[in-house]
Write a protein that binds this ligand. Structure first.
Ligand SMILES: [Zn+2]
Length: 149
């Protein structure tokens, strides 16, 4: 299998960054809706979700069964698929934490944006291995226009 690729329009990437800035110093999170193609995926729409963990919303991103239902329903209505999840890391690098690995599911794309002192920095995407042992990096291809697949 070739290295996975996630295509996203600049406008949608900017939306993820803006969401992370808005909720700083807490994490933002949302669903990524789009199309899963041969070796690459395309982000078509985003669905912002509330981070419901109130014990430690600063570094604990968790998706509830209700979030999954809502995201799948929204995707169906748009004739696309739920392909992943995004969240922010306030004052932390854009790579998955141990908590993230324990709470993630294989197959999905996980976009993480680092927000340092309220400013968006790196944005990376990850996929959890099927055996859940580790994440693999997924390249993000950002473009001004939507590519059709
Ligand atoms: Zn995280």
């Amino acid at each position: 299998m070739s290295a996975p690729l996630l295509k996203i329009r600049e406008e949608l990437a900017a939306q993820i960054r803006a969401h992370g800035v808005e909720t700083y110093p807490y994490e933002c999170c949302g669903a990524i809706l789009g199309r899963d193609g041969d070796g690459s995926r395309e982000v078509i729409a985003l669905l912002a979700l509330a981070n419901r963990r109130d014990d430690s919303p600063r570094n604990r991103f968790e998706v509830t069964p209700g979030d999954v239902q809502l995201a799948e329903k929204t995707a169906r209505e748009k004739n696309i698929e739920l392909i992943g999840w995004y969240h922010s890391h306030p004052d932390a690098p854009a790579r998955p934490s141990e908590f993230d690995r324990e709470h993630a599911w294989p197959w999905y794309s996980y976009i993480i944006v680092s927000v340092q002192s309220g400013q968006p920095r790196d944005m990376n995407s990850w996929r959890l291995r099927d055996d859940r042992s580790a994440y693999d990096s997924e390249a993000i291809e950002s473009s001004a226009h939507s590519a059709s697949i």
